[in-house]
Write a protein that binds this ligand. Structure first.
Ligand code: SF4
Length: 332
């Protein structure tokens, strides 16, 4: 492998553990009062990530110097997913230019893009033989195109190395980056995912750097540009939203023709992050699922541990089958 040390953040080279320190990981949150972390209910407990396959996935990610959202966001499903070699790569570095109140990805000034990263993602996919890969990124408001060209290069590299692998991208909102979305859609990923994250009322406190209607419009635009592309979006619950607001988000998503909705429980990463309002029960998730199907989504994943990329491969196969069944029913 080529030496990439010169491409890395010089601060990280001087102090590799810098991003492990919560105060330096989230400098913008350091002055905030502590929000005590609530004990999780029984239905949220997950097993510690220990298995040879988990260690093998970890080793591969380190060897290729790839960042994953599984680790950076402290995802509770990491033990299960990595044991199946299913990891979600996070391109364009480990530092985000936004500072959402729910997210554990480090905030700050990112470093230069790694031009070899697309090839390394492609190598990882080929090596693990993934049928379906999920590629996400940090927000890169500092880049003129928000990182759109890097997404395109990564999609192209994976296609070249693994033509049969389906590709799902989970993108930032490309706000104030004219032409960026169009570029990414032209690269024809199989699934275009962008999360709305929460109900519009909570945007100022939970997702202050973003705009609900901009995100919704982004997803509607994907369908306008390529009606055959699957679109997907998700929200977290337990942040203080009410059921009526969740229903309204579902209606908004349907009016943007989003195919697949994911709904999962918000979990508080540290004391400096937004507090959990409450733990939504599995029965309530069941009711959300029923209601979302009734509103016309092709696929719904609603459960406490649902995350955008959880079971994404199996879900993609079901999504495709659901579209075929609907088209067949319409033709009768
Ligand atoms: S659910 Fe997604 S982010 Fe979490 S461990 Fe699995 S692949 Fe990674």
């Amino acid at each position: 492998m080529q030496d990439r040390e010169h491409l890395k953040d010089p601060d990280r080279l001087k102090d590799p553990d810098r991003l492990k320190d919560p105060a330096r990981r989230h400098p913008e949150k350091a002055h905030r009062p502590d929000n005590p972390i609530q004990r999780k209910p029984d239905w949220i407990r997950v097993k510690a990530p220990v298995s040879p396959a988990y260690n093998e996935t970890r080793r591969l990610m380190r060897e290729l110097d790839l960042t994953t959202v599984c680790e950076e966001a402290g995802c509770p499903n990491i033990g299960e997913c990595w044991a199946k070699k299913h990891a979600t790569v996070m391109i364009m570095g480990a530092i985000c230019t936004r500072a959402c109140a729910f997210c554990n990805v480090a905030t700050g000034r990112p470093f230069a893009l790694d031009p070899l990263e697309p090839e390394h993602v492609a190598t990882m996919v080929a090596h693990t033989g993934l049928q379906h890969v999920v590629i996400t990124s940090v927000d890169r408001d500092d880049l003129e195109d928000g990182g759109a060209a890097h997404f395109v290069r990564t999609i192209e590299a994976v296609r070249r190395e693994s033509p049969d692998t389906t590709i799902e991208i989970l993108t930032p909102d490309f706000m104030r980056k004219p032409g960026a979305l169009e570029k990414v859609v032209e690269a024809r990923p199989d699934v275009f995912n962008h999360n709305l994250e929460t109900v519009p009322r909570l945007y100022p406190s939970i997702r202050p750097g973003a705009r609900y209607f901009h995100s919704l419009r982004l997803l509607a635009r994907v369908k306008e540009l390529d009606p055959g592309m699957f679109t997907k979006s998700g929200i977290m619950v337990g942040l203080g939203e009410d059921k009526g607001e969740v229903g309204q988000v579902m209606d908004d998503m349907r009016s943007a023709e989003i195919d697949f909705i994911t709904i999962g429980q918000y979990l508080q990463p540290t004391r400096k992050h937004a507090a959990i309002d409450r733990f939504v029960t599995p029965e309530e998730f069941g009711a959300y699922e029923k209601s979302a199907y009734a509103k016309g989504f092709l696929m719904v994943s609603a459960s406490p541990l649902t995350r955008s990329s959880h079971h994404a491969g199996e879900d993609f196969a079901r999504l495709r089958a659901a579209r075929q069944a609907r088209l067949a029913a319409a033709a009768e």
